[in-house]
Design a binder for this molecule. Structure first.
Ligand code: FA5
Length: 339
């Protein structure tokens, strides 16, 4: 009986729910419960008067112990049950459960915006491959194998002599070969360079190339398109500067720099001297048109290679380019746009 008493106390201590307590009650005091059977199945006729008295007394004690402790546990379970009860009721004033929605990455948002702006100016949007031939990435852009300009873009070479596209200019001749002249198109895409990474340089970043080929295209057309682009993206006055720039696939070539919108042009860790190199551009070199089977005596064109990731930095005030590829949801959540 002492063993039964200890076992019962242990079971009650482990009971967590009203149902647990009910199961214990049945186990000990139910019709076939341990205590019930002990009383029913003991053959009292075989016991002496003193044994009957001693055994009966202990049995009654055990029954009382079981009844009392189980009743207390039932009460306790009821009380805790009562406490949780209201939470199960339907509360119509509760806000609905919040579903987490995916959102567009700020670079994607910027890219879609650019596509929209350029489509409004009659440009076709095209995509080129990330893994590119040496021919389209360099040769067809007037950068032969021994040309020092190859050093301007540290490149990831694959074992099959292909490269991870170092710039979206690699799409220029591909597109012109396919569509011929006249042509107006942009090619947003990912670029890869073996770079020393810092606040404004990544090894994987986005550019948006633009190409216009038609009769009598001049620098004036190029500047008009750049102005429209910048006013539509920023929707306020921004300061830019145009300076000569060298790229073998344009002649003349320019660098269009944006006055840094993070420091207001004072100079900071993002821009260095107050200016961000944003859109190199120029008139397409006649030799590139020839590579694309377009007669440079009949047609001329301009091209630009906008730093899309840097544009997103300026647009959203992101000081460090590394945040874009960081995978840190806390960063992305700040720009959440769902479409
Ligand atoms: C080029 O890639 C040329 N293909 C651009 C061009 C196109 C010139 C058409 C003339 C005509 P550049 O290496 O400067 O040029 O890169 C262009 C832009 O991409 C830079 O101004 C900058 O905004 C961005 N960029 C370049 N390297 C990185 C980098 N490591 N991380 C982030 N952005 C970069």
């Amino acid at each position: 009986m002492e063993t039964i008493r200890q076992q019962l106390a242990g079971d009650l201590a482990g009971a967590k729910t009203p149902q647990d307590v009910e199961n214990i009650r049945v186990k000990y005091l139910g019709r076939k419960g341990i205590v019930t059977l002990l009383a029913r199945e003991t053959d009292f006729s075989k016991l002496s008067a003193e044994e009957k008295k001693a055994f009966g007394g202990k049995l009654n004690e055990l029954k009382a112990f079981a009844t009392e402790h189980i009743a207390a546990a039932v009460e306790a379970a009821k009380q805790s049950g009562a406490a949780v009860q209201p939470q199960r009721e339907l509360d119509l004033t509760m806000p609905g459960s919040n579903r987490m929605l995916g959102a567009l990455h700020p670079i994607t948002t910027t890219q879609l915006e650019l596509e929209h702006i350029f489509q409004g100016m009659g440009f076709t949007v095209l995509r080129g491959p990330d893994v590119e031939t040496e021919y389209y990435n360099f040769e067809a852009l007037n950068i032969p194998g021994d040309h020092p300009a190859r050093d301007m873009q540290d490149t990831f070479w694959l074992t099959n002599d292909m490269v991870l596209k170092t710039h979206t200019s690699a799409n220029q001749v591909r597109a012109l070969e396919r569509f011929g002249a006249p042509f107006r198109g942009i090619f947003p895409g990912r670029c890869f360079r073996y770079e020393a990474i810092d606040a404004s340089h990544e090894n994987t970043f986005y550019q948006c190339e633009g190409v216009v080929v038609d009769k009598n295209i001049s620098v004036a057309n190029l500047i008009a398109v750049m102005k429209t682009l910048l006013s539509e993206v920023f929707r306020r006055d921004v300061k830019v500067r145009l300076r000569p720039g060298y790229f073998p696939f344009v002649e003349p070539g320019f660098e269009l720099d944006l006055n840094c919108l993070i420091c207001g042009g004072k100079g900071c860790a993002t821009c260095g001297d107050g200016w961000i190199e944003l859109i190199p551009c120029g008139l397409i070199h006649p030799r590139v048109l020839e590579y694309a089977n377009i007669d440079p005596d009949e047609y001329s064109g301009f091209a630009f290679g906008l730093g899309l990731t840097r544009l997103a930095m300026m647009k959203y005030g992101v000081r460090d380019i590394r945040l874009f590829n960081s995978g840190d949801v806390r960063f992305y959540e700040q720009f959440a746009v769902t479409m």
